[in-house]
Ligand binder design. Sequence first.
Ligand SMILES: [Mg+2]
Length: 231
Amino acid sequence: MKSYSCILFDLDHTLWDFETNSHQTLQELYHYYEIESRGVESFASFYNTFVEINTRLWELYDLGKITREKIRFERFHGILSHLGVEDNELSLTLSDEYVLRSPKKSGLIPNALEVLEYLRPRYPMTIVTNGFEEIQYTKMASSGLTSYFKNVVTSARAGYKKPAKEIFQFALTEGGFEAHEAIMIGDNLLTDIGGAHNASVDTIFFNPNKIQHEENPRYEIHDLKQLMEIL
Ligand SMILES: [Mg+2]
């Protein structure tokens, strides 16, 4: 088995449990702002619409077609519109509150801490993320991840976002490593796996839902615990 000198990790959906944390946040907002009384049928319809629209906006962002401001400010407008609620003020309030509250949630992907404890003495680790700078730092602190990482590279700081090879090269240069010494772990086939391939970095695809795909990662896992067999 090939050995590596450093590990690059994606954050959202790979370590930080975006789904659980956003579900909790949306539940709070739904009750606090009495969204049901505005004609939204149920929390489930609110949540499902969020997932659908948020996923689509992030895909467009990853493809370089929209800006992060667009995600931030149009996300809830789109959600409320879709649910038949036209209330600009409410959509801006929800946008602000979501961005404030959600990064303070501490939910992690199962076995994340146990695996990071195992990896920390063995490898220097770097987060490579397309998320928003200040938000990603808050998420890491809230969930107890900060101390495991030597470095955090956000797209804002690198000036490039995944899947561009430059963000991976930026992370490697800062750590003093060559591409062949590194391995990237992430849940996204386009940004993490495709991006690392662009930079000639080996990959581990974290695929908890066992989706079908055509990519060719070096390894594929469905539970973070499997990293302890590979690394
Ligand atoms: Mg991710």
